[in-house]
Design a protein around this ligand. Sequence first.
Ligand code: SF4
Length: 424
Amino acid sequence: MAKIFIEIFGCSANLADSEIIMGKLNQEGHTISGSLEDSDVAIVLTCTVKTPTEVKICKRLRELNGLGKPLIVAGCMPKVEAELVREVAPKASMVGPNNFLNIIEVLNDTLRGKRIEAIDGGPIDKVFQNRVRKNPTIHIAPISTGCLGYCSYCIVKYARGRLHSFPIQGIVADAKRAIREGCKEIWVTAEDTASYDWNGYKLPDVLRNLCKIEGKFYIRVGMMTPNHAKQILEDLIKVYESEKIFKFLHLPVQSGNDEILEKMRRNYTVDDFREIVYEFRRKIPGLSLSTDIICGFPGETEDQFRDSLHLIDEVKPDVLNISRFWPRPGTEAEKMEGQIHGRETKRRSREMSKLWRRISKEKGFKWIGWEGEALIDEVGEVGEAIGRNCSYKTIVLKENLPLGVFVKVKVTGSGIGYLKAVRV
Ligand code: SF4
């Protein structure tokens, strides 16, 4: 039996994949080791969404390859950048993002000194799988893999493929088991949760069924594209009224200018985005909005960038994921004219961050004095307890508390993107 060191980069889909991989390894009698030195083999779940992340991962793969320890590279890079993986880690085996259920066979061959490439395959249903959870409070529930989009800047669609939705019974059964095992949060996750479609069941059906599970827990609904959210809007808002669903909407807009959205092939307009946000805010009090913005897309003029600034200043999101544009290999946007210099994309993302910090301060200030319940679901860097309230606001308490407890708190202050509180 082997001791296995696992390193995870990227999104919650990769995290869920790593938990299923660890579940399979455990089932076979292998142990998950927290130390690389003490392990017999290393497995790395890679991400390819942004260039800086990929550069960091390549550095790490070179290091691990240099150690001479058996190495397995999983996640998205094997599928879309196999040549690069072969270059930085020539001794490593590879497993594709839709093929990791074969991890045991790949592991056994790799431990015997073979170099295996099991890149293609799937799609697979990531339900009814054993798990080793990274955080015992949180059940990551992938509901589908891939998407229906053709976004011109996105490399993920080449890694994760076309939309494949998992059976609703499996999603619900896994969540029920997770709640029985003590989880208090269910993260419904996918490349685009709003495009879920299994035998006519849509995202609101999944959420309604999850809300029927007995117990005290919260559901966090993962990111959705505005064009698909709009198609299920009324029903989605209806199910969001459940007290089991965090009042949290993650709706990446990417640009505040319709021409740029068209070049991005996002299939919605800025007004579509506005309509969804305002309808949700009108019907769901205390809703937290999370959105994403890309700064410096090819051909983006200063005025078009200002449109993005104005939109963010108008909708004032609680969470803003800001990206500089990076030309990803093999994407349409990589070959587009009007590529903007890195210095300029950096300046634009800095300006966007400055705006968001101002918004975050203003919004955080309005929460001071709020009293209510928070679920402790994370431990901070210095051991402080971090929780989430019903609006999925990050609440930091200057004390140690066990994961999974609900505590009454009062907000006493705010930082950028989080609130400070004490127990009452
Ligand atoms: S919806 Fe667009 S950005 Fe999201 S994974 Fe699909 S192609 Fe990429």
